[in-house]
Design a protein around this ligand. Structure first.
Ligand SMILES: NC(=O)C1=CN([C@@H]2O[C@H](COP(=O)(O)OP(=O)(O)OC[C@H]3O[C@@H](n4cnc5c(N)ncnc54)[C@H](O)[C@@H]3O)[C@@H](O)[C@H]2O)C=CC1
Ligand SMILES: O=C(O)C(=O)COP(=O)(O)O
Length: 530
């Protein structure tokens, strides 16, 4: 039974499918402090949050069973991604479900600031009929600057056109071609600051976007600018903004988000006549909350059940065409990694992965992850290593990972070969998928073989002399170990050779030592592949 903790208010429409699942139990405990969360997180396999819960390194550390943190929304700046990755905890979000809702809130804020709606409302319900103080401006024929042209920014730009606005857009990933297609002007931050009448930000909060609109930008800003922030507090420097409003540079601002949430009572926005605010409501519609809750719950369910999932934030996504090509090799890759790690002695220094055949045509990094996972699981324990942290752990340990590619696959459609260099030696294993036979190991060091990579294997290195097979059979037989398959490989007659046996059960340690006592046998190693 998997235990899921929901620590923020998340729509029941999504949680329901978790509650309905036979293998899941759900606890809803919104509003926990960090200490309270740390105290209980150890018993949970999954944590579901929105933006309130801070999933800190302490929380991750205490989450000994934690496999996934699901964010019902987009921004993951409340989650310590580095701490999660280090511990192999998958972080996923629900990036699509609240795009339109947040875009619409941005418009609500833009129109509210253009027409002084909150201020006028307050006066009217207070009994004052004041029509003079609230003369607004039209959106039509105004220039809107959009910083961050991702999902939300693009939707904002689309709708702004319906209002007759001219749009300037900035995003490091926005190409001239796409800008033209969208009918917007590709611009720099400075262009926007100098020329726009309205400005709205839709980037994540990163070290790069933090205070991207600050004192320096307000100094060159077109007077009369109106600014909206429905993305993240901190993208616009709050104190520099207040100053710019007071100096008459900024005519009005509408903020849904704050650098610290909730803001303290004395926050300068809260009583400012030209700044309007909402309490981080961008994603708060019935529709968006259902969308993100359903989406994130579905993915959490997949992760807990070890099924394919999407929207991992701390793992690069795999495009469908790449996945189609690589997926059949994932299990083989992991087994080759495990095989070579068990075979090799000494501290690992370098892993070389060679891809030949048409797998080499795509980005093979996802497959390398599986191979590295196989290798590290042997050394660090399979509990510690997974696909999220395998590359990270390798890097942390200073392992050099070399990838080689070639189109010639030595007679196979595709060939994966893994070489492990340790302080003591360098060993190689290669494998492929054979039509109708499945995964096979086809080379060990310099010897060609044909072995299924599964079960209990014994790898014997010996001299190519008559009588060896008989001696090995007798030794195993007298220890009640049944041989299922046997393969012998050599390069030249009478030279060095290897024998790979598949046996029906684990081999006692003393039997392995006995191998080396037999004439012409150098050593024997047991390799277990699950
Ligand atoms: N107020 C609220 O309740 C909500 C806020 N948000 C926030 O809105 C923001 C945007 O969300 P989406 O559009 O879904 O994300 P997205 O990932 O689709 O778009 C973000 C865009 O920002 C761009 N970007 C990154 N660094 C940049 C920089 N230095 N300058 C300009 N552009 C930069 C990226 O290239 C990307 O295109 C996020 O921070 C998210 O957390 C999202 C939903 C609700
Ligand atoms: O999705 C996002 O990034 C948001 O900011 C929405 O936050 P919330 O889920 O409403 O706490």
């Amino acid at each position: 039974m998997f235990k899921v903790l929901v620590s923020d208010p998340i729509s029941d429409m999504g949680i329901q499918q978790l509650m309905d699942a036979q293998d899941i139990s759900v606890d809803k405990k919104p509003g926990l402090s960090e200490d309270e969360l740390v105290a209980i997180i150890g018993q949970y396999d999954a944590l579901l949050v929105r933006s309130q819960t801070r999933v800190t390194e302490r929380v991750m550390e205490a989450g000994k069973q934690l496999k996934v943190v699901g964010r019902a929304g987009v921004g993951v700046d409340n989650i310590d991604l580095e701490a999660a990755t280090q511990r192999g905890i998958i972080v996923i979000n629900a990036p699509d479900g609240n795009t339109i809702t947040t875009c619409e809130h941005t418009f609500a804020m833009m129109m509210a600031v253009a027409r002084h709606i909150p201020q006028a409302y307050l006066k009217t319900v207070g009994g004052v009929w004041d029509r003079k103080s609230f003369v607004g401006v039209e959106l039509r024929n105004k220039v809107l600057g959009v910083l961050g042209m991702g999902r939300i920014g693009s939707e904002v730009a689309k709708r702004a056109k319906a209002f007759g606005m001219e749009i300037m857009g900035y995003d490091p990933f926005l190409t001239e071609e796409r800008a033209e297609k969208m009918g917007i002007k590709l611009s720099s931050v400075e262009d926007i600051v100098r020329n726009a009448d309205f400005m709205t930000v839709h980037t994540p909060l990163t070290p790069e976007t933090r205070h991207m609109i600050g004192k320096a930008q307000f100094e060159i800003m077109k007077p009369g600018m109106r600014i909206v922030n429905c993305a993240r507090g901190g993208i616009i420097d709050e104190y520099a903004l207040v100053e710019a409003v007071d100096q008459g540079i900024v005519a009005g601002a509408a903020f849904d988000v704050f650098e610290v949430e909730p803001p303290t009572e004395d926050h300068p926005f809260l009583k400012h006549p030209k700044i309007i605010v909402t309490p981080h409501l961008g994603a708060s519609t019935v529709e968006a909350q259902e969308n993100v809750a359903i989406d994130v719950s579905e993915q959490v369910l997949h992760i807990l059940r070890n099924e394919p999932f999407r929207n991992a934030v701390n793992m690069p996504p795999i495009p469908a065409d790449v996945l189609n090509k690589l997926q059949p090799y994932f299990s083989l890759g992991e087994r080759l990694g495990s095989f070579i790690a068990q075979l090799t002695e000494g501290a690992v220094e370098e892993i070389t992965v060679s891809y030949s055949g048409d797998v080499a045509d795509v980005d093979t990094q996802p497959l390398t992850r599986h191979i590295v996972k196989g290798i590290l699981s042997h050394h660090l324990g399979s509990e510690q290593v997974n696909l999220v942290n395998s590359m990270h752990l390798a890097k942390q340990r200073g392992l050099n990972i070399v990838t080689q590619k070639s189109n010639a696959a030595k007679g196979f459609t595709n060939l994966l070969s893994v070489t492990l260099r340790t302080k003591k030696e360098e060993r190689l294993v290669a494998g492929t998928l054979l039509n109708g036979y499945g995964a096979r190991i086809v080379q060990i060091d310099k010897f060609p073989v044909d072995v299924a990579p599964e079960g209990n294997l014994i790898l014997v290195s010996h001299n190519d002399k008559p009588g060896i097979i008989g001696r090995v059979g007798t030794l195993l037989g007298s220890n009640d170990v049944n041989i299922a398959t046997m393969q012998v490989g050599r390069k030249i007659v009478g030279g060095a050779a290897i024998m790979v046996l598949t046996v029906d059960k684990g081999v006692p340690k003393n039997v392995l030592t006995d191998f080396a006592q037999l004439p012409d046998i150098n050593n024997a190693k047991e390799i277990i592949l699950f």
